[in-house]
Write a protein that binds this ligand. Structure first.
Ligand code: ZN
Length: 166
């Protein structure tokens, strides 16, 4: 490991997490992106009338609609990412999101169970209208020792991962 001279302001390198973490409370970033999503969604619907009633060239209006659509999806993506950061991927001490780094993971065990799986699009054509099929799912549980990259706080939690095995 190369030792770098530490700056006062540490960053994670995940741009949206760093942006949200730059607020005193990352929830502020969440409210901002949520507000932008809602406003652009409302704007989009208020554009339907003007676009339909426009006479002559609609190029300007259509461009505007596209800008709003892109803004909507972009802010929605950020809202969901930041929300998941705040609800599950945050440091319990400094509350910064996506700052936890697993430095030791122990496999606790695994169990299998039958589960319903969605039939893949490609196979759906062959099997007709069948949407689900029965298969075997394996659930692996892990114990994670985590360290915050920003404040060095350490905490532990269990997680589970499921994979289809048959
Ligand atoms: Zn922390």
């Amino acid at each position: 490991m190369v030792k770098k001279k530490k700056k006062n302001k540490k960053i994670l390198g995940i741009w949206f997490a760093d942006w949200a973490n730059s607020f005193e409370d990352p929830r502020s970033a969440y409210y901002i992106t949520l507000a932008i999503s809602i406003v652009s969604f409302i704007l989009l619907f208020s554009m339907v009338g003007p676009v339909n009633n426009a006479t002559g060239s609609k190029t300007g209006l259509v461009t505007l609609v596209w800008i709003i659509i892109i803004t909507f999806f972009f802010s929605l993506f950020l809202t969901l990412k930041i929300h998941s950061g705040i609800s599950t991927h945050h440091c319990p001490k400094c509350k910064r999101i996506y700052a936890g780094e697993i430095y030791k993971q122990t496999h606790l065990g695994s169990r299998q169970r039958t589960a319903e799986f969605r039939v893949k699009e490609k196979e759906k054509v062959e099997t007709g209208k069948k949407k689900f099929e029965t298969g075997v799912e394996q659930i692996d549980t892990y114990h994670n020792k985590t360290k915050c990259k920003l404040c060095n706080h350490k905490w532990e939690y269990n997680s589970a991962k499921s994979t289809r095995v048959a």
